[in-house]
Design a protein around this ligand. Structure first.
Ligand code: ZN
Length: 380
């Protein structure tokens, strides 16, 4: 496998991904050049993890660390009269979709000798990085909002990582991690583009699990947009490999109380526009300043999809409805159910189409908050 190539969207720098980098010298984030076309003959059929697509990943060698991530179930359930495919990213090793990106990013960094690392996270990415760093024997520090769900903080601490709760906004947490860059490697899932190299395997899995077909619609709870960018990258490789005839519409689902993409989308903007952010129970997608705004908006437009912003009061009913289908997810993931209800009722998606809702995180991540939302123990 050839070494992947970085390109900087700001200054135009192009260079080999042959050392641990998290951003360009000019200060911008970096992207990876488009990958090779991917076709089904390259699938490692006996491998029940995302490593069945190892031939498509921009790594030099087999993984040094894996916890069996990927190849998550795709279940069909009725939702308001439509047959919907639910993708259970909640069943990853650490309970969230982040493990796809973490596994590939960390293996890339290990190939080039990364040492102690740190990360900032609303909780799930921190738990994922901390767990994989522990499995790889690499020291790890994680900055998180002090108000993150208790279970996520416990999960990070249990891996032996140095847990650093930060009082303030999500941006304050990122600023604390940025200030530490240099003292250790900033292995940021929001900056490092190999995280998206990992999330692209979501596209491959959906295509393979649907009988080598792209669905018509994919709904994804979206904070920074790494799944949207991974789907865009993966379906691009499949299209160039001659494997799909149509492209799915991608719908980014946000909590209306903190919806950077919805604000830009409704303004018709190509990049960030100022908006006011408030608290939301969907803590995993409360992202005031996503790094790759322009790339995510472009991917949504290219797919002819869109952005759905759901209100707080839509989230608990969706979470309850999912639970009654046997799908116990955290409030962040339940926004996909709320968006499904919305898009089915307004006719944007129809029951005859193939629609996937990505359930990004397990209910075990936030059982205290779910108990409050569903008023468990209070007569219900
Ligand atoms: Zn640059």
């Amino acid at each position: 496998m050839a070494i992947a190539i970085y390109e900087c969207p700001a200054c135009g720098w192009v260079g080999p991904a042959d050392r641990p980098l998290w951003r360009c010298a000019c200060g911008s984030h970096l992207n990876l050049m488009p990958g090779q076309p991917f076709a089904r003959r390259a699938i490692v059929a006996g491998e029940a993890s995302l490593w069945r697509y190892a031939g498509a990943l921009a790594l030099r060698s087999p993984p040094q660390v894996s916890l069996g991530e990927g190849w998550t179930p795709l279940l069909r359930r009725d939702w308001n009269g439509a047959n919907i495919h639910f993708k259970l990213e909640s069943q990853m090793p650490t309970g969230s979709f982040k493990d796809r990106g973490t596994a590939v990013m960390l293996n890339h960094l290990l190939e080039f000798g990364v040492g102690p690392l740190h990360e900032d996270s609303s909780g799930n990415a921190g738990a994922s990085i901390a767990t994989y760093a522990a499995a790889a024997g690499v020291p790890c520090r994680v900055y998180v909002p002090a108000a993150a769900p208790h279970a996520k903080l416990v999960q990070i601490a249990a891996s032996g990582a140095d847990l650093q709760p930060v009082v303030g906004t999500r941006q304050d947490v990122t600023d604390a991690a940025l200030a530490a860059a240099g003292a250790s490697f900033y292995a940021s899932h929001n900056w490092q583009p190999f995280f998206i190299e990992g999330t692209k395997t979501l596209a491959f899995e959906l295509w393979e699990q649907l009988g080598y077909r792209a669905p018509d619609n994919i709904l994804v709870p979206t904070g920074y947009g790494s799944n949207i960018l991974g789907l865009d990258r993966g379906f691009d490789e499949l299209e160039r490999g001659g494997e799909i005839a149509s492209w799915p519409r991608l719908f980014a689902v946000q909590a209306a109380n903190c919806a950077a993409f919805a604000a830009a989308w409704s303004a018709g903007a190509d990049d960030f526009v100022a908006f006011s952010a408030g608290p939301t129970v969907a803590d995993g997608i409360a992202s005031p300043r996503p790094v790759r705004m322009a790339e995510v908006l472009a991917a949504l437009r290219r797919s002819r999809g869109g952005v759905v912003a759901v209100a707080e009061e839509e989230i608990a009913p969706a979470l309850a409805a999912l639970g009654r289908l046997g799908l116990f997810v955290e409030p962040t993931a339940a926004t996909a159910g709320a968006a499904l209800t919305r898009l089915l009722s307004d006719g944007t998606i129809t029951p005859d189409q193939t629609t996937v809702a990505v359930l990004t995180g397990s209910g075990l991540k936030a059982s205290d908050r779910i108990g409050e939302l569903l008023e468990v123990g209070r007569g219900r």
